[in-house]
Design a protein around this ligand. Structure first.
Ligand code: 5GP
Length: 192
């Protein structure tokens, strides 16, 4: 998606450790006009797939998922990272190891909100090693739901997540795929 690539080139900052900082428009301050364009594009790609629910992971996926969901007219469910007294009853859980925080954490979704009849579109801001997506897939699988695919804002194509998940048969549509982040701060995109 050209608009997103242009924005990454303009405002993305390459950080040590293969981290791309996009907090001025994607995951801290959020550009809702851009999110709307992402929603339109993901609806163009998944609009025929009878999506009944969008599933994401807190925190950075939530904003994107909510805007995208308006194009699909479906609810958003986000996997919670912390235990909470509000999360009562039966829950699905999975364990995820975090790329940016270098730690392992549990994610949880109430069984009330995922059903075997659901057709789920997974959404996240980044795809790196694929662990967040694997955790969400695991939870959807536990619910017996069908995952129609994953809509990702930025895939870092030089990390293994995309290949790993596509090999497992998951349809992944990434709106921008970064193939290289150079020492001089320049970013190379995969032609799409
Ligand atoms: P994965 O689980 O695929 O290794 O990483 C995906 C998660 O890590 C995303 O939910 C995202 O929040 C975070 N992440 C991975 N790489 C980056 C990055 O380069 N920049 C930022 N801002 N977040 C990232």
């Amino acid at each position: 998606m050209q608009l997103l690539e242009e924005r990454i080139r303009k405002d993305g900052i390459v950080r040590a450790g293969n981290v791309l900082k996009v907090d001025s428009f994607l995951n801290h301050q959020m550009d809702i006009d851009l999110f709307n364009e992402m929603g339109k594009e993901l609806f163009r790609l998944f609009g025929e797939d009878d999506v009944t629910k969008i599933v994401t992971i807190e925190a950075s996926g939530i904003g994107i998922a909510c805007v995208v969901a308006q194009y699909f007219n479906v609810p958003v469910v986000f996997a919670k990272k912390s235990e909470s007294k509000n999360l009562d009853g039966d829950i699905y859980t999975s364990t995820v190891s975090s790329f940016t925080k270098n730690k392992v954490y549990d994610i949880r979704v109430s069984k009330k909100f995922l059903h075997k009849e659901d057709r789920i579109l997974l959404i996240d801001d980044f795809l790196a090693k694929g662990n967040a997506m694997l955790g969400l897939l695991d939870i959807c699988q536990q619910a017996g739901a069908t995952v129609v695919g994953a809509g990702i804002a930025i895939e870092k194509g030089f990390q293994e997540g995309g290949e790993l998940l596509r090999k497992r048969g998951l349809r992944i549509e990434s709106l921008a795929i970064v193939d290289a982040m150079n020492e001089d701060g320049t970013i190379e995109f995969r032609p799409q």
